[in-house]
Design a protein around this ligand. Structure first.
Ligand code: SF4
Ligand code: SF4
Length: 129
């Protein structure tokens, strides 16, 4: 867990607010987004959601059996990650590469998605064949 911290990949956020809910329940055992250390800012005119974390995730990860902060576990798209700086940069690079191959990586991160990295054309062809 050495040198790992919470990172945000803003453009993967779907705005589902699972992270806010989980964090709020951890802290006050109820849902109140204002009590969460990660908040989602919705920018209506741009159609984007931006997670803002007032937390490095380190204490939370120490308390988790998986060694991963609860908000990271709960995030379905991979917009939150707990990683070392180099690892975080590598994941961003992986995302940029995979987006070229598979459009779904516009909404979900490869590190959250167990599907093999192949173009959709190939996958569709195998299913039909
Ligand atoms: S790491 Fe833990 S305390 Fe920090 S924002 Fe995530 S759930 Fe909340
Ligand atoms: S960061 Fe993840 S869990 Fe939080 S709102 Fe965005 S997609 Fe949902």
């Amino acid at each position: 867990m050495k040198d790992k911290r919470l990172y945000v990949v803003e453009d993967l956020c779907s705005g589902c607010r699972m992270c806010e809910m989980v964090c709020s329940f951890l802290r006050i055992r109820a849902y109140n987004s204002r009590k969460s250390k990660v908040r989602i800012v919705k920018v209506e005119w741009e159609g984007v959601n931006i997670p803002i974390a007032d937390c490095d995730g380190i204490d939370c990860a120490k308390l988790s059996p998986l060694g991963v902060p609860r908000c990271v576990e709960a995030c379905p798209t991979g917009a939150l990650m707990f990683a070392e700086a180099g690892e975080a940069a590598e994941r961003r690079r992986l995302l940029a590469t995979q987006r070229i191959m598979q459009p779904i990586f516009k909404v979900i991160a490869p590190w959250k998605w167990p599907f093999p990295w192949r173009p959709w054309r190939e996958v569709a062809h195998e299913e039909v064949g």
